[in-house]
Design a protein around this ligand. Sequence first.
Ligand SMILES: [Zn+2]
Length: 262
Amino acid sequence: MATRVLVVSPHLDDAVLSAGGRIHRLASEGAQVTVFTAFAGVPTPPYSPIAEYFHYVWGLETDPVEHRRREDEAALALLGAEPLHGSFLDAVYRRRPDGSWLVDMDQPAVQGNDVPEPALGPELETAVASLLDTLRPDLVLTCAAVGNHLDHRRARDAVVTAACGKVPLHCWEDLPYGMREPEAPDLPVGAEFGPAVAETASDRAWAAKYAAVECYRSQHSMLWPGDVRVPELFDAHGALRARTHAAEGRAELFWPVVPGSA
Ligand SMILES: [Zn+2]
């Protein structure tokens, strides 16, 4: 049984959306669970047009990231996990080497490794390696980057590079992205995914996850445009993952990462 767990979340909400049930279970079993959100850095104005637009949609026009950090603290308290907020800026606050914004209004879906950010990968790896040193986890969880969001890919690759082969590492199916597409992009050279494992969440863990998801109120309108009933969506997906991966009830999906042959 895991006693110290490091969870690396790209954004403030990803770990809870995708692995909240498992985080709750690990914490209930007595593990010390730390959720490090890498791209939780506090930006300073001026903001990019797309960031201004997001702030408007979120209803957070002053100190947006500070507010989202408070949401994360409330959510993780419900799961029994400790928040740790990284200083890396979300893609919507970053610039390209020529000074232009990384993410543009007319090209909002920057994916995978479309954009060269040569310094960022090593900096993320250093941050993760230092957490491995100080926390000495016996299990690491991070995203599989299903959906290929730029920040998810960067966080995942840094964790895989820093942790693979040193400590058991499981990558979660990114939700809600995984409800639309099943595949994760390839891992960095030297690592590969093992067969997926569905982790059943108890009714109690599932309820705690929903309560925690509720805490990220500023993100709801972006995650679920319109009138979507979130519990129904997650219930159906969790049941599907359990059914197709020989598990009971409702489950979250994880891929173990193992050193590859390449
Ligand atoms: Zn995210």
